[in-house]
Ligand binder design. Structure first.
Ligand code: PPE
Length: 305
C-alpha cells in the first residue's frame, strides 16, 4: 500500500509531493509546533484518543509562538478525521505540524507564512515491542531539561526536540532505551519524549509543570485513572535518588503509552518486573483504547473503512 496522502494547508497532496523549500524558516530556526495523537482500532470502531485536548494544545503552542494558524479548532479536528478516513488506516499515529515556511530569511519569524500539515502513519510500540510488558532500561541524562524562561515548555515546539534528541542519542550510545532528564534545579523532570511517574508505598508522584516539562495528555489521563482508583497522585519535586529506591517507575506518552521502567542507571527498580500499580493503570488505559470503554468521553469515533 502506498503512503497515505498528506493534508497540507487545506488540501490533500500525495505523500511524495508534500515537500518544502530548503529556505523554509523552520528548518533554519526550529520555528514549528506540532502534536502527536493516536487513533486506535477499538472493539467499538476506530477512535482518536483525546482529540480535542491535542488540538487545543496545538493551538496553545501556536499562540505562544505568535503563529496564526488560520484554522479554528473545529476545522483542525475535522481535517485530522478526514486525513485518517482518506488513509483507510483503522489505527494510526497522527502528526499535525504547523511551521514557518519560506518567506524572508533572518531570525524574525514574521514575514514567513504559517503552513499546516497533517500526516498519519502506522506506529507500533515506541520503546520496543516488549517494552510494555517487560519494561525498559534507562539512565539519567547528562543534559538537563531547559530552564524556565528560556524555551517555553508548554509549547510542543520543534526546537525543543534538539534537547530531546541529544538525550536520546546519549542513551542509545550508552546502551539504554531512553534518558530521564532532570530540571535545572536537579529534580526529576521527564524522558526525551515521555512524562514520568514514580510509585512509592502505593502513592504516585510526578513532576510539576513548573519544572519545564511538557504537560502530557497521557500524564493527565493517568492522573485521572489513578485518582479514580483511589490512589494518591502528587505533583512533587522528586530527587534523583528517589528513582533508585522507588517501588515502580513508568513513562507515559502518546507514542510510549504506559511503559514500565525496569532499571535506571543500572539500579533494578522494585522487583525488576512490571509493578502492580503500573499494570493496573496500563489495563485501565488499554481498556479504553483497545476495548473502546469510554467512561470519560475521551474517544472521538472515526468513520474509517
Ligand atoms: N514529554 C515530551 C518531551 C514529549 O515529547 C511527550 C510526547 C510527552 C512528554 C508526553 O505527552 P503526551 O503525548 O501528551 O502524553 N511525545 C510525542 C512525540 C514522540 C516522538 O518521538 O515524536 C508523542 O508521544 O507523541
Amino acid at each position: 500500500m502506498s503512503n497515505p496522502d498528506i493534508w497540507k494547508n487545506g488540501e490533500f497532496v500525495a505523500f511524495e509531493d508534500a515537500t518544502v523549500h530548503v529556505l523554509t524558516h523552520a528548518l533554519h530556526y526550529g520555528t514549528s509546533v506540532f502534536e502527536g495523537v493516536r487513533c486506535y482500532n477499538t472493539a467499538k470502531g476506530s477512535a482518536i484518543f483525546r482529540h480535542a485536548e491535542h488540538m487545543q494544545r496545538l493551538i496553545d503552542s501556536a499562540r505562544i509562538y505568535r503563529m496564526d494558524l488560520g484554522y479554528s479548532q473545529e476545522e483542525l479536528e475535522q481535517a485530522v478525521i478526514d486525513t485518517i478516513v482518506r488513509s483507510g488506516l483503522k489505527e494510526c499515529y497522527i502528526r499535525p505540524l504547523s511551521y514557518r515556511g519560506h518567506g524572508a530569511m533572518g531570525v524574525n519569524p514574521y514575514n514567513n507564512p504559517v503552513e499546516t500539515i497533517i500526516a498519519v502513519w502506522k506506529w507500533g510500540a515506541y520503546l520496543g515491542p516488549e517494552a510494555l510488558e517487560n519494561g525498559v532500561d534507562v539512565h539519567v541524562a547528562s543534559w538537563n531539561r531547559m530552564a524556565p524562561n528560556t524555551f517555553p515548555s508548554l509549547a510542543k515546539a520543534g526546537g525543543n526536540y534538539l534537547n530531546a534528541g541529544l538525550v536520546k542519542m546519549d542513551a542509545v550510545l550508552s546502551g539504554f532505551t531512553e534518558g530521564i532528564m532532570l530540571s535545572t534545579s536537579g529534580h526529576v523532570a521527564e524522558g526525551s519524549g515521555e512524562n514520568l511517574f514514580l510509585v512509592k508505598d502505593g502513592k504516585l508522584f510526578t513532576a510539576p509543570v513548573s519544572l519545564s516539562i511538557l504537560p502530557g495528555i497521557t500524564r493527565d489521563s493517568i492522573c485521572t485513572l489513578a485518582r479514580d482508583m483511589g490512589l494518591s497522585v502528587e505533583e512533587a519535586l522528586i530527587p534523583r535518588e528517589a528513582l533508585y529506591i522507588a517501588d515502580e517507575v513508568f513513562f507515559t506518552g502518546t507514542a510510549a503509552e504506559v511503559t514500565p521502567i525496569r532499571s535506571i542507571d543500572h539500579h533494578t527498580i522494585g522487583s525488576g518486573k512490571r509493578g502492580e500499580i503500573t499494570e493496573r493503570l496500563q489495563s485501565a488505559y488499554f481498556d479504553i483504547l483497545h476495548n473502546g470503554n469510554d467512561p470519560y468521553g475521551w474517544l472521538t469515533p472515526v468513520p474509517v473503512g
